[in-house]
Design a protein around this ligand. Sequence first.
Ligand code: UDP
Ligand code: MG
Length: 313
Amino acid sequence: MKKISIIIPAYNEEKNIIPIYKEIAKAFDILEAGYIHEIFFINDGSVDTTAGEIKKLVQKDKMVKYIEFSRNFGKEMATSAGLNHCSGDACIMIDADSQHPAELISEFIKKWEQGFEVVIGVRKKSKSDSWPKKLGSQIFYKILNKISDIEVVPGSTDFRLLDRKVINEFNRFTETNRMTRGLIDWLGFKRSFIYFEADDRLNGTANYGFWELVKLAMVGFVSLSFFPLKLAGYFGVLISSLSGIAGLYILIGKYIFHLKFASTFSDAENLAIFIVFLVGIILTFLGLISLYIANIHSEVVNRPMYVVREKEI
Ligand code: UDP
Ligand code: MG
């Protein structure tokens, strides 16, 4: 019997706990025999009756497990806790608000049986999303794919199946500023995709507003790419080169070739060009310092140097 762990982060989801539980039970009912499952709720410091709802289920069904955080730590930490504690041969992370259709669980498992180690739910479109959210996520994926080495499919969500191998590797991460799906993408492994349409949230309002998503995006950029850090350096080189060329042109033009055009620049203008040149030098060295900071960063997060899928030694 293979065991599937369903990981559900929940923050103020009192009205959604029972429905999602039922949806998951139904999904496993129609699945052919051969699978057992556990449902792992992570109560992320909810201030409503979410804890009580989960405990009711725990008493009724011994397949239901839960962790309760001492306060709200955010979804990334909640899913990480679920991955740290689940015991299945594979896990599926799913939102508590029924925006991730539980009936797709069988498809996820099918892909897993075909040998895929990471199955990623990709959302086609969401009726409930506001246009800043949509535009923001589009920009986020564009930039992330440009500046980082990992390949992220636009629209990919946290609705994912992970094989035990991937869970074990994920559990080696020690960094605290994390974007769960970014780290999973960083790990690699054999990946497949399932497309779905996100329905409206069942009850309550989304906990992740626009600014929370912006913050998460920044965590994604900073943890998956050093490009933002190097930006100052690139700017510096650009500014210094341009102003250097301009300055040289004016100097040589004025004093050696006695060009009329070069002589029209006033002293103030020449000084401005010189100052811009110096600012560029400062930025260039800031960029050099950034390289060292980048090194420190990668040593501090202590991410594994490489990830092994299988070994026989
Ligand atoms: N969530 C959480 N901690 C938080 C915020 C959200 O565990 O601080 C959970 C929430 O209960 C839900 C999932 O993360 O199961 C997705 O949250 P939400 O629906 O607010 O975000 P969105 O659908 O906009 O991604
Ligand atoms: Mg939601």
